[in-house]
Write a protein that binds this ligand. Structure first.
Ligand code: AMP
Ligand code: GLY
Length: 420
């Protein structure tokens, strides 16, 4: 089977890598991809949000499956365009993808489905916003209602800062602060059935100790050795299955991955947000641990045959990924700097090699034969091992062999969990 992956980040590199390891896959293609993905897939210069171009490419390649990575093409209806050509597509249609594209829609679905989440007000005027802030009190949570690549959210104890963010958005959702550790759970869905992947934890703030601005994610690890054993089961029962059923009831069956971003509060798991796609960088560690071949699993989702799929198999052990971010990420990342320490066509291995570690590319490009940064999150260094401590040590060992002028990374990814 030929598979076409849409997107160009570390998540897409992880998807392409896992697909290439699947014996049922004869060719992996990616549009538009990046310099690292080029080592595991054939790249095509197609704009991900252009449904006509993506579906034409899928037909031309004779793809048996298209996997749409990022939210922008999903919200733009690219999965619909691909399915309209009769090509199986992993990724929700435009309508249910609004579960990520519109916070107000997501809240409406959760209310109807009885899914536990933060109480919230949607506000348009400054007066409404001020009243909502005062109704909840600090810490204040203010979210842009549109797509903002994880950067439209301000959590602050400063009322003026909260109000200023509200003023800068056309429509905002102001909500109750949820207190507790955050967990990302991905459920694979075929419109009716849903199957959970292993939960992971992401580090959203830019700097060590969860300080600094929100980012797309600075690192991740799995498994969650500290989480309650029945967490996945509880989240499926209380959150994922009711949401999938509610969407089906509304005539917008959900096909693809439903990403539940959760806070584990003292009253139980609460939804912080839903995303319509795999999380980045959590996917990089979750797919590393998944032993079940990926193509057949995603195809079963795309064709409505998930219920008949064999139970998932996991590798055991642990995986940790650390993001190497460009200078000035997330505010205004600098691009075009040379990356050193990654031999050309080294299949993701750092110079000298570190056992159990490899590098996925997030924002890279080739300038002649020079590998350069080309985005805010540049590389994902993945370490694996028997436990989190070993996986983490290997990730940081490999990271230490890479140089990128001005770059920064967190040094505390999976640190607390590895000590428990
Ligand atoms: P979102 O884009 O909705 O995932 O929000 C980004 C980050 O802001 C989340 O990962 C949380 O760390 C934080 N956040 C969002 N909503 C809340 C909330 N209601 N309570 C506490 N933290 C939140
Ligand atoms: N890592 C967070 C996200 O993908 O939205």
């Amino acid at each position: 089977m030929r598979v076409l992956v849409i997107g160009s980040g570390g998540r897409e590199h992880a998807l392409c890598r896992a697909l290439r390891l699947d014996p049922a896959v004869s060719e992996v293609h990616c549009a538009p991809g990046n310099a690292g993905i080029a080592e595991v897939a054939t790249l095509h210069p197609v704009v991900p949000t252009d449904g006509a171009a993506v579906s034409a490419l899928a037909v031309r390649l004779g793809a048996g499956l298209v996997v749409v990575g990022p939210e922008a093409p999903l919200v733009a209806g690219v999965a619909d365009a691909v399915r309209a050509e009769g090509v199986p597509c992993f990724g929700p249609s435009k309508e249910p993808a609004a579960i990520e594209g519109s916070k107000a829609f997501a809240k409406d679905v959760m209310t109807a489905a009885g899914v536990p989440t933060a109480r919230a007000f949607t506000c348009v005027t400054e007066e409404e916003a001020a009243a909502a802030l005062d109704a909840f009190g600090p810490p204040y949570v203010v979210k842009d209602d549109g797509l903002a690549a994880g950067k439209g959210v301000v959590v602050t104890g400063d009322r003026d800062e909260a109000l200023e963010h509200a003023r800068a958005c056309e429509r905002v959702v102001i909500e109750e602060f949820l207190d507790g550790p955050e967990v990302s759970l991905f459920a694979l869905c075929d419109g009716e059935t849903a199957v959970p992947l292993q939960p992971a934890q992401d580090f959203k703030r830019a700097y060590d100790g969860d300080r600094g601005p929100n980012t797309g994610g600075m690192g991740a690890y799995t498994p969650l050795t500290w989480a309650p054993e029945d967490l996945t089961e509880q989240v499926m029962r209380e959150i994922v299955l009711p949401t999938v059923a509610e969407l089906a009831k509304r005539g917008m069956p959900y096909t693809g991955v439903l990403y539940a971003g959760l806070a584990l509060t003292k009253d139980g798991p609460r939804v912080i947000e839903f995303n319509a796609r795999f999380g980045d960088p959590e996917t990089q560690v979750v797919l590393d641990r998944l032993e079940t071949p990926l193509a057949g699993l995603l195809l079963a989702c795309a064709t409505g045959e998930l219920a008949a799929h064999e139970p998932l198999r996991w590798r055991g052990g642990a995986a940790v990924t650390v993001v190497v971010a460009a200078e000035n990420y997330p505010a205004d990342p600098v691009k075009g700097d040379t990356i050193e320490g990654l031999p050309a066509s080294g299949e993701g291995h750092v110079e000298g090699g570190v056992e159990g570690a490899y590098v996925l590319h997030a924002g890279t490009a080739l300038d002649g034969d020079r590998l350069v940064s080309n985005g805010g999150r540049v590389l994902n260094v993945v370490g694996t091992g028997a436990d989190l401590a070993e996986a983490r040590a290997r990730a940081y060992d490999a990271l230490g062999r890479i140089t990128l002028r001005g770059s920064h990374h967190r040094s505390d990814i999976a640190l607390d969990a590895s000590r428990r």
